[in-house]
Design a protein around this ligand. Structure first.
Ligand SMILES: [Mg+2]
Length: 252
């Protein structure tokens, strides 16, 4: 980066989990201090997390996270804060509407009613702001049942076949299916990955938008924003590496 750039001209966006914190843990005080006292004076700073705001607050040191950083994008930007104020909130319900959503949910439930699995428990559909999570074994299963389903799914491709069925049944809903974890898959509108957050910063005329993330490979939740032409992508393996790359980038 050119050292003549002002803080208003450079935006540094960070994935949270694995990039600013060790996976599923809280940010280290030294990392936070570096961001707030070294990076923030010379660059605009934003967080782009896949989790909801409560989880980001928990990992990033409390409820004042929206005031500590210039931008905080929770749920990939479906919930967006700038300078501590809410600037955007979108939900899959608001986007799709009840009628289409119910067609989809009914179809998924009908499909699952015909599956025979090693175990079936409860909570087959979990509705979140930004996505619908579909779980053939049921999210209330035990750890043993979860492991059992994962092994069964590996052999019988339960989730893969299910996703293909839904894709064929709803080709026009503009939905993306993401098989992750052991027991479920997520369904969300196309484009609702982390690039969704970029719409909120586009009008602020940054000369450079840097993005730092750890899951930048295809299928990872940082991939799209890392590859996006509007950002300069930085792949990191740990919070320590994020700090090292920032030192080089910003001449700190
Ligand atoms: Mg991450």
């Amino acid at each position: 980066m050119s050292s003549s750039r002002k803080r208003e001209e450079i935006l540094c966006l960070f994935d949270v989990d694995g990039t600013l914190t060790i996976p599923r843990q809280k940010i280290l005080p030294t990392t936070e201090e570096f961001l707030l006292t070294k990076v923030k004076p010379v660059a605009t700073v934003g967080l782009v997390g896949g989790s909801d705001l409560a989880k980001i607050e928990e990992q990033m040191g409390g409820a004042d996270v929206i005031n500590k950083y210039d931008y905080v994008f929770a749920e990939n930007g479906l919930v967006a804060y700038k300078n501590g104020g809410l600037i955007g909130k979108m939900s899959i319900h608001g986007h799709m509407g009840e009628e289409k959503l119910q067609l989809f949910i009914n179809s998924a439930l009908a499909y699952m009613s015909k599956l025979t699995l090693p175990a079936k428990r409860g909570t087959f559909i979990e509705f979140r702001d930004g996505l619908v999570n579909v779980c053939p074994v049921g999210r209330s299963c035990s750890q043993a049942e979860r492991d059992q389903f994962a092994a069964y799914d590996k052999e019988h491709k339960i989730r893969e076949t299910f996703v293909k069925h839904l894709q064929a049944e709803f080709p026009d809903l503009g939905l993306v299916f993401s098989i992750g974890g052991q027991i479920s898959f997520d369904v969300f509108p196309k484009g609702w990955d982390k690039t969704y957050a970029l719409r909120f910063v586009e009008k602020d005329d940054f000369k450079e938008i840097h993005f730092f993330g750890d899951k930048t490979a295809p299928g990872g939740n940082d991939h799209e924003i890392y590859e996006d032409s509007r950002t300069i992508g930085h792949k990191v393996l740990s919070p320590e590496e994020t700090i090292e790359q920032l030192k080089t980038l910003l001449h700190l």
